[in-house]
Design a protein. Structure first.
Length: 105
């Protein structure tokens, strides 16, 4: 009886662990993706007087903002952010957020 429970529980635990691992971002992959962001936010992610800085943002908040631009829930008057994020997957967003979190504000 115990072995049947383990047979069911182990695959479930592995699937759960895989989902948690994918939810986190890979900063190295994010650095590769950041080339498109650097044109506006700068190589250091600090922006300028007209463009907000994204360096050092909390990754969860950063992903939430990117998703908001993609869905249109966050207003984007210029349309530039939506143009950039429309092709990003949730994993791409997590990777970008992980990378920018490593940069100092």
């Amino acid at each position: 009886m115990l072995s049947k429970k383990l047979i069911v529980a182990i695959p479930f635990a592995l699937l759960l662990a895989a989902g948690v691992a994918q939810a986190g971002g890979d900063a190295a992959k994010g650095q590769e993706l950041a080339a498109d962001c650097a044109g506006c936010h700068g190589d250091d992610g600090k922006g300028d007087a007209d463009i907000p800085g994204i360096a050092g943002l909390d990754p969860a908040e950063h992903v939430k903002m990117l998703q908001g631009y993609k869905s249109g829930d966050i207003a984007d008057e210029s349309g530039m952010m939506q143009d950039y994020v429309i092709e990003l997957s949730d994993q791409d967003m997590a990777d970008l957020a992980a990378y920018y979190a490593t940069l100092g504000k």
